[in-house]
Write a protein that binds this ligand. Structure first.
Ligand code: PSU
Ligand code: MN
Length: 303
């Protein structure tokens, strides 16, 4: 993959100096949020990572080149450009061979981060087992990537667009450690509660850094998930958002939307149905995750 990859000089220097670099994804920019909030959030997240002493590297594809550390201009370009392909593992050869623009998903970003030697990755939410997956097999490639690729993904849990219980079962089957930060309940993205207990709770970045080191020393491969509940002042109550999500899901089915278009459609529709409140929650939770990610990075440097 290195042949097709350009690492930003600042990111490269940080990696050479043994500083911790934190990967950030671009699907959230191109397909997860509208303009201009997508650019503002991407910049705020990078700034938050920097404020904690770590180095951000937003990952995306520009005209067939994989960029580790997009510039501000490139982020703005992907945020506005039409025809940006949503790139998960299976999409790389097509997008690169055809020299297209691409926004990497959690799976795609993990792949690139690992190749570049980046150990941490901050995002909003991961893909998972969709409701009704027993019939349509819609299970995100993010889960397969978490099974095999050694990157720690810091997120706000799994939104109830997905089947949260089945997603947790799938991660368990795949041998993926799932840590919940500071809560006894696994979070559901917009809400702190999901109804599912946190099997592994940790309360400090230092504890999480210790677990990351232990996993590495044991030679255990594959990814890891750190789920951070959205700050209480920004959360949307689980029952309220679940009703909205149910409505959006029915519309998605009625419109015959399938495959990779499902998640972007639902996010956009939920934003409309909540009058923008879900977008505000989404922005706040990503920034919160960046704070926690930055603190974990600092703790990793100190052990
Ligand atoms: N959840 C969000 N915002 C997003 C995504 C998920 O709240 O932008 C994106 C992530 O990039 C994730 C992808 O990896 O959607 C999952 O898509 P799919 O379900 O098609 O695998
Ligand atoms: Mn899918």
């Amino acid at each position: 993959m290195k042949k097709y990859m350009d690492i930003d000089p600042g990111v490269k220097y940080a990696l050479e100096q043994g500083e911790i670099v934190i990967a950030l994804e671009s699907t959230i920019i191109a397909h997860g949020m509208p303009f201009p909030q997508n650019v503002e959030t991407a910049m705020a997240v990078e700034e938050t990572v920097r404020s904690k002493g770590a180095v951000p590297a937003t990952i995306g594809i520009i005209k067939g080149r994989i960029k580790v550390g997009l510039t501000a201009e490139e982020i703005e370009y992907l945020a506005k450009a039409e025809n940006v392909v949503k790139v998960s593992r299976r999409d790389f050869p097509f997008v690169i061979a055809k020299k297209l623009d691409g926004a990497t998903t959690v799976a795609g970003t993990m792949m690139v981060a690992h190749q570049a030697g980046v150990p941490l990755f901050v995002t909003g939410g991961i893909g998972g087992v969709h409701r009704g997956a027993a019939e349509d097999f819609d299970i995100s490639a993010d889960l397969e990537e978490l099974k095999q690729t050694d990157v720690v993904v810091i997120c706000a849990g799994v939104k109830s667009v997905l089947d949260i219980g089945s997603t947790l079962e799938y991660l368990e089957t795949g041998g993926v450690p799932v840590i919940t930060y500071g809560s006894d309940e696994f979070p559901a993205f917009y809400s702190r509660r999901s109804g599912f207990p946190a099997e592994c709770r940790m309360d400090s970045p230092a504890e999480i850094a210790e677990l990351i080191r232990t996993k590495a020393e044991m030679g255990l491969r594959g990814g890891m998930l750190v789920a951070c509940p959205i700050p209480a002042e920004h959360e949307i109550d689980f029952e309220t958002i679940d009703k909205t999500i149910q409505k959006a899901l029915v519309e998605c089915k009625e419109k015959g939307i399938t495959g990779k278009r499902v998640t972007p459609f639902l996010l956009d529709r939920i934003k409309e149905l909540t009058g923008g409140r879900s977008l505000e929650a989404n922005i706040r939770l990503v920034i919160n995750n960046a704070e926690v990610g930055g603190e974990i990075a600092a703790a990793l440097v100190n052990i």
